[in-house]
Design a protein around this ligand. Structure first.
Ligand code: GCU
Length: 328
């Protein structure tokens, strides 16, 4: 086909316009982040900080739209959406992530950390970063990690020794390690998604649950289960998870902006967490809750088989050795 000068230049102009719009579209990006925490939760607030920073650093070209409170489903469902390409980011507790990548199982081992410093050395150090990157070939990985205090049992009555768990149905997250832990301690573990625990407790589907103090209070589980028995069996971090596909579509500059904002939100959340823990402890007492001190030794002894099993797998044993080294 022969083209005259006018047709040729018109075609040239429209091609230029098309390239310009495509380039603009590539520059502008909106990422969807859905999770199961309420707006009052510090991890949600850390995500808001991150979204603000991303907007600033990208001159308004990158937007993170956040959907809290299980609007897009439970932790398991949002992970599935992410793997199917329907969601860019979500929050996963290491317990939720265990079923998607077994490397996260280690964080669900009870009595894993010596103290807060040990936790920080692992989670925010090299071995923690190794775990965060481990699942890239499974379609997701973690960009940042958040502290979530220590988890203890709460119920209508005190649980001060493993025998007190006998016949008690305890809500747990969907982590095979946590399920085994409650069994070894003598209770009956019942996996239920976070947003459904209040109703389950109200209806007597479960007798108790286990979580950190802010979650016990902010979810109002305390209204039903007033006794918090501080056996402090686990410190399980939360993670900001992104789909590998979404990440690969971002330009190197966009990746850098998102990484920086995610890392900055870690520091923000750590500071905020300490305040929230103190505030919710005071709030718990005002709401009629009681704290019970517990001798941890029998609980610790009951879960030894979990460590024995873990050490049978060379890969898991090597990871555990790295965790132990980080205590020094
Ligand atoms: C903690 C944790 C959440 C998790 C919740 C649960 O609050 O921070 O990420 O969803 O426990 O027990 O499900």
């Amino acid at each position: 086909m022969k083209m005259n000068m006018t047709t040729r230049s018109l075609l040239g102009i429209s091609l230029l316009a098309l390239f310009a719009t495509t380039a603009q579209a590539a520059e502008k990006v909106t990422l969807k982040l859905a999770h199961n925490l309420e707006r009052s939760h510090v991890v949600h607030q850390a995500f808001e900080q991150m979204a603000k920073e991303v907007k600033q650093l990208s001159d308004g070209k990158m937007t993170i739209r956040i959907y809290p409170s299980s609007q897009m489903g439970s932790a398991r469902e949002t992970m599935e959406l992410l793997q199917n390409g329907a969601l860019d980011m979500t929050k996963g507790s290491a317990s939720d992530l265990e079923s998607f990548d077994n490397t996260y199982a280690i964080y669900n081992l009870p009595y894993l950390f010596k103290d807060q410093k040990h936790f920080d050395n692992v989670v925010f150090g090299n071995v923690g970063k190794e775990i965060m990157a481990s699942s890239k070939d499974k379609g997701f990985f973690a960009l940042s990690a958040y502290v979530a205090g220590t988890r203890s049992f709460y119920a209508k009555k005190a649980i001060t020794k493993p025998e007190d768990l006998k016949g008690q149905k305890i809500r747990v997250q969907a982590s095979p390690t946590t399920l085994k832990m409650v069994e070894l301690m003598g209770g009956s573990p019942t996996p239920i998604s976070f947003g459904e625990v209040y109703t389950a407790m109200q209806q007597g589907v479960v007798d108790g649950a286990e979580n950190n103090v802010p979650s016990w209070v902010q979810t109002r589980h305390i209204e039903i289960a007033k006794v918090y028995s501080e056996d402090e069996h686990a410190s399980i971090p939360d993670f900001l998870v992104i789909s590998t596909k979404t990440w690969d579509k971002l330009t190197p500059e966009q990746q850098q902006i998102l990484s920086k904002a995610a890392t900055d939100s870690e520091a923000w959340q750590q500071k905020a967490w300490a305040n929230v823990e103190a505030e919710t402890r005071a709030q718990a007492k005002a709401m009629g809750g009681t704290f019970v001190t517990v001798d941890k030794a029998p609980f610790r002894a009951a879960v030894q088989p979990l460590y024995d099993d873990f050490n049978k797998d060379p890969k898991q044993a090597a990871l555990l050795a790295k965790f132990e080294q980080a205590a020094e």
